[in-house]
Write a protein that binds this ligand. Sequence first.
Ligand code: IMP
Ligand code: MG
Length: 173
Amino acid sequence: MALETISVLFSQEQVEKRIAELAQQINRDFAGETVHVICTLKGAMHFFTSLTQQLTVEVVEDIIQVTSYGAGTVSSGDVKILIEPECFMTGENIIVVEDIVDSGRTICVLREYFQRRSPKTVRICALLDKPSRRVVDAPIDYCGFEVDDVFVVGYGLDYDQKYRNLPYIGFLK
Ligand code: IMP
Ligand code: MG
């Protein structure tokens, strides 16, 4: 039995409507081009699937995995890359898909990682942004929703590896 109580923050309908808008924006921005869309495992899995299915530009899908929080709600601040993408990225349009930008450290490391591979463009697409928690400058190019300083779960986001499967975004009470 789960001990946590979860309240709905964004319903499945709200989340999916917003993802459709982000997809349209990307389709407009990259019309006629190919985009390499990178899923940041594991948190972005559900967002990535919904987003890429609505892209009409030519898409190459790839993955990257970085160290996560471990069992808790506070970041260690130390970001390591565990699984690297396999595609060649020189001269390509890269869109990094993240679940949430919190301190901003993960996104900084990812942007640098992809910039070093001499792509044409690197864009960050995050479902959620918690601006009040930022400790490093981390601009987001495509952002789903801003959230307050609460711990959110669902639609891919976890608490101790649980609740990723919830079809909505909720917060722990
Ligand atoms: P940052 O490096 O501090 O920006 O942390 C980013 C990562 O921490 C995200 O990719 C998430 O996996 C995780 N994270 C941050 N806040 C939350 C939250 O509220 N719920 C679930 N995961 C979170
Ligand atoms: Mg996580």
